[in-house]
Design a protein around this ligand. Structure first.
Ligand code: MOS
Length: 729
């Protein structure tokens, strides 16, 4: 079988050699350069917007404001509140106010400088608690199961309570956002760096007021997304399309790093209050969660980010009594959006920190507490979803415990004394694969498979390669399903004209959804071939040749629609997702008791992700996700003043580098998901979700201090150590 093999990434060589064409490398003859005039204020009325002088400058080809949009001034998302260009009011620093297309960079700079805007400042709302008090609620969800408050009041129940804070996280993809639009007929072709061509297509068609067929979107090689190129690229996509239509010329809009970091989406900052109760022998009885996210100025994806956090709020455990109230609020800050984990890392930091505190209160080993409560086949999640299959959580816990030497290290580390203390911590999580009950309308995915006369195979899908290894795993699935050599498979750049709307490349859904669509198409081609080749024993190329000679059509479209789920938003009960991936991380640290510095020495990251299509890309997902999680746990945060992000460069927004990378041991266990292609589930996001609470649990093991806020910077750890020593006298 080719599925399960460690084949080399088909796209690796071009990327390593530098010959892959990212959007900035794409040469378009005669293209104009574009720029965006952005709001300097978090909240203001636009009293005057005068583009006359700018329009008349030499080399300036177009200056556009909201008034110049032929279609709707709207980027279609869940709540349709997000304008392409500000109209009358700006609601966050960096919001787009006007667009310029010019001959060259000098003319562009002159054009942007010549636009006259007068703002009347309005009071900005910058803090999420303040927005909550003002009733600025973008979305709210709940889960109700049993009687949480009653259970938490029982005399036999031990209750721990905490309030946790999580920061913004910047995606820090290597390639900033960029788009090139070329006029074509009454519409445009837009090439660019993105995760979701069909989102960009809807935004472009809406802004231009054209048919979807005239908004053709082609994804170029993309240098990372991590959720940051899910909804956010719809804005530059629509903007560059407007300029291309207005000028009749090709137009390039490439964001600078500072611009990209300052104005594109981020992980939502979160505040989570939680009460968790268990019996003295460690059985979870109740969990009460108040989950708050800062959605920023526009709703964008906040409702679905919040939904995922809501249904996963109590962790991968059996909890009979649950009350979750989750809200996302509107502030005058950059819209928060999708980021790997999608509303889970925030609430999982709280939930798993609670589990660690509960273990301490019960005088139990944190792993033992998880084992007692772990969800197994036959159990129900907090939304009442009965799990029947592919629940490998127990095995994941066993494997990470064994590999890390959990028991002996938990016992021996505390006896160490001295300036540098060692600790080992654990955290677990689960992840509903795919879009689930909230994203049903975007669920299906398509594929087009064409076999050429020489036996080579061209595959088009609607999902995108964003570094995660889609091309590799879909090549393997194609080869497996058709019975052809994998070297003959070519996965095309996604283009909205090749396949029907296949939804977004998010939610760890790509392997499952596009994989199944390819299998559907391949099955049709095999069915056409079988009667011709019968039991001739011909190899692939000869079999294809025979079919071609007999004029058998060797092309097919495939379509994949996941099993239905039922969910009641009023009670938060039902099947939230089609299946779950399961994960646990063990992290080992050294903490300098004098400086508060934490060094992560090793991570064991275990995942039940169903059948692993390619172990190397799977391990790559784990290593990358864990490292991104270590950044979230230890160093990454944005500083804001008056709604402006102060650290908008890699010299000031710090992420882990190779030198900060510990040994990361990926452990993949395979509890097959029957509906997934060859039993596969999703692996894109689980690796990041449970890292931060494992780090803070390890810091607690090393030092005895609990942290309820990340990142665990040396300053925060030092302050916690100092507070304890002052308290202790
Ligand atoms: Mo995502 S964070 O589901 O691209």
């Amino acid at each position: 079988m080719i599925v399960g093999q460690r084949i080399r990434r088909p796209d690796a060589l071009d990327k390593v050699k530098g010959s892959a064409l990212y959007i900035e490398d794409v040469a378009v003859a005669g293209a104009l350069v574009a720029g965006v005039l952005r709001s300097p204020h978090a909240h203001a009325r636009i009293a005057r917007l005068d583009v006359f002088a700018a329009r008349n400058l030499p080399g300036v080809h177009a200056v556009l404001t909201a008034a110049d949009i032929p279609g709707k001034n709207l980027i279609p998302m869940i709540q349709n509140d997000w304008p392409v260009l500000a109209e009358g009011v700006v609601r966050h620093v960096g919001e787009a106010v006007a667009l310029v297309a010019a001959e060259d960079r000098e003319a562009l700079a002159a054009g942007l400088a010549a636009i006259k805007v007068e703002y009347e400042k309005l009071p900005p709302r910058l803090e999420m608690e303040e927005a909550l008090a003002a009733g600025e609620i973008l979305a709210q969800w709940k889960v109700r199961r049993g009687e949480a408050e009653v259970a938490l009041g029982r005399s036999d129940v031990v209750v721990v309570e905490g309030t946790y804070h999580t920061p913004y996280q910047e995606h820090a993809y290597i390639e900033p956002n960029g788009m090139v639009a070329i006029p074509e007929g009454p519409g445009v072709v837009v090439h660019g760096s993105m995760q979701c061509p069909f989102y960009v297509q809807k935004a472009v068609a809406s802004a231009l007021g054209c048919d979807l067929s005239h908004a053709r979107i082609v994804q170029t090689v993309t240098g990372g997304g991590f959720g940051g190129k899910e909804d956010a690229p719809s804005a530059p996509g629509a903007q560059v399309a407007l300029l291309a239509r207005a000028t009749g010329r090709a137009v390039r809009l490439i964001l600078t790093r500072e611009e990209d970091m300052a104005v594109m989406s981020k992980r939502h900052p979160g505040r989570i209050r939680m009460r968790t109760g268990a019996t003295r022998d460690g059985h979870l009885v109740a969990c009460e969660v108040d989950y708050l996210l800062d959605g920023g100025a526009y709703a964008t994806l906040s409702p679905v980010v919040l939904f995922r956090g809501t249904v996963h709020a109590c962790g991968p455990y059996r909890v009979p009594n649950v009350k979750v109230d989750a809200r996302a609020v509107r502030t005058n800050t950059v819209p928060s959006g999708a980021f790997r984990g999608f509303g889970e890392p925030q609430v999982v930091f709280a939930c798993e920190s609670q589990m660690d505190r509960l273990a301490e209160r019960l005088d139990m080993d944190p792993l033992a507490l998880r084992r007692i409560n772990a969800l197994r086949a036959g159990d129900e999640t907090i939304t009442g979803h009965r799990l029947t299959t592919s629940v490998g959580f127990d095995e994941v816990l066993d494997k990470v415990a064994e590999a890390s030497g959990w028991e002996s290290k938990r016992e021996s580390f505390p006896s160490h004394s001295g300036l540098v203390r060692r600790g080992i911590g654990l955290a677990a999580c689960y992840y509903g694969v795919g879009l689930g009950a909230m994203g049903k309308h975007l669920n299906p995915a398509g594929a087009s498979v064409v076999v050429s006369a020489d036996g080579s195979v061209t595959v088009a899908v609607g999902t995108t390669e964003i570094g995660q290894g889609m091309i590799t795993v879909l090549s393997q699935i194609t080869a497996e399903a058709l019975g052809c050599p994998v070297e003959l498979v070519k996965i095309m750049d996604p283009d909205t004209s090749r396949v029907p709307d296949s939804g977004p490349t998010v939610a760890s859904r790509t392997t499952v959804m596009s994989g199944n669509a390819i299998r559907d198409a391949a099955a049709k081609i095999r069915a056409a071939m079988e009667p011709v080749i019968a039991d001739s024993g011909l190899n692939w190329r000869d079999a294809v040749l025979l079919c071609v000679t007999k004029q058998v059509g060797l092309a097919a479209h495939g379509w994949s629609v996941p099993p239905t789920t039922t969910f009641d938003l009023e009670t938060g009960q039902g099947e939230a997702y089609i299946c779950y991936s399961w994960s646990a991380n063990v992290v080992e640290v050294e903490v300098d008791m004098e400086t508060g510095e934490t060094r992560v020495t090793k991570v064991w990251s275990g995942h039940d992700t169903g059948r692993v299509i390619n172990p190397t890309t799977g391990e790559g997902q784990v290593e990358g996700g864990v490292l991104q999680g270590l950044g979230y746990a230890l160093v990454e945060e944005h500083m804001l003043r008056d709604g402006r992000i102060l650290n908008d460069q890699f010299s000031t927004y710090i992420i882990p580098t190779t030198l900060d990378t510990p040994e990361i041991k990926a452990i993949l266990v395979e509890h097959e998901f029957p509906w997934g292609p060859y039993g596969a589930k999703g692996l894109g996001e689980t690796p990041i979700i449970g890292v931060a609470p494992a780090v803070t649990a390890a810091i607690h093991h090393a030092t005895g201090v609990h942290l309820d806020r990340i990142p665990a910077t040396p300053e925060r750890v030092w302050a916690a150590l100092r507070a304890r020593s002052v308290e202790g006298g």
